[in-house]
Write a protein that binds this ligand. Structure first.
Ligand code: 5RP
Length: 226
């Protein structure tokens, strides 16, 4: 199977799992990216089995609406039953790097609200140590240079993702040179303390609860090893 077939297979596994976790009052949180898009396209056949969704990006919201799936503002719902999203890297603790699609802040907000976070990825995302994928950091525009200098002090090599504005009107710095990240929680908190940072793409303080990983041998189900 090629990478897209793996993404579609893992999205189907997540649909099957989600259907066991929801009822007609449930709100499903929807992530962003190509794997999440496969999930959206596949859950559409079951849109009468849940109340609606909240989306982690304008792009995902549009795709959901195109299937006739209800999309609620996060502030309009009292809970999110389950959140499904992809990742750029995942380790055995189910700590993640996310934000390749520049949606990290809204993704982290929906993750914070969700009762359960299900990550879906193909095997290329599975790593022993995080940090090969450059760590995305969302930054208030006027703080870009200051934050970049502070990230250099932490040992990183930030690169401005030019021509990208997030759904929140902010910028992205992609931080190279952090591999291997051996304490993802500490680094996540440290970067978030820099004034001007909105959030960073480490999902370690609140990692995934379960990871479905598509491999050539089938779908693996992973829970966190501590
Ligand atoms: C978007 C993300 C995505 O989940 C991540 O980039 C993976 O994308 P894809 O499913 O296209 O490989 O964090 O901000």
């Amino acid at each position: 199977m090629d990478q897209n077939q793996l993404k579609q297979a893992v999205a189907q596994a997540a649909v099957d799992y989600t259907l066991t976790r929801i009822d007609d009052s449930s709100i499903i949180g929807i992530g962003t990216g190509s794997t999440a898009n496969f999930f959206i396209d596949l859950i559409a056949a079951h849109k009468n089995r849940f109340q609606g969704t909240v989306a982690s990006s304008e792009g995902s919201a549009e795709r959901l609406l195109s299937h006739g799936i209800k999309v609620f503002e996060l502030n309009a719902v009292s809970q999110v039953d389950i959140y499904i999203d992809g990742a750029d890297e995942a380790n055995e603790r189910l700590e993640l790097i996310k934000g390749g699609g520049a949606a990290l802040t809204r993704e982290k907000i929906v993750t914070a609200v969700a009762n359960e976070f299900v990550c879906i990825a193909d095997e290329s995302k599975w790593v022993d140590f995080l940090g090969t994928f450059p760590l995305p950091v969302e930054v208030i525009p006027m703080a870009r240079s200051y934050v970049a200098r502070e990230l250099v002090k932490l040992g990183g090599d930030p690169v401005w993702r030019e021509n990208v504005t997030t759904d929140n009107g902010n910028l992205i710095l992609d931080v190279h040179g952090l591999y291997p990240i051996d304490s993802a929680c500490a680094l996540e908190e440290q970067i978030n303390q820099i004034t001007g940072v909105v959030t960073n793409g480490l999902f370690a303080v609140k990692p995934a609860d379960i990871l479905f990983l598509a491999t050539q041998k089938g779908i693996l189900t992973k829970t966190a090893k501590v």
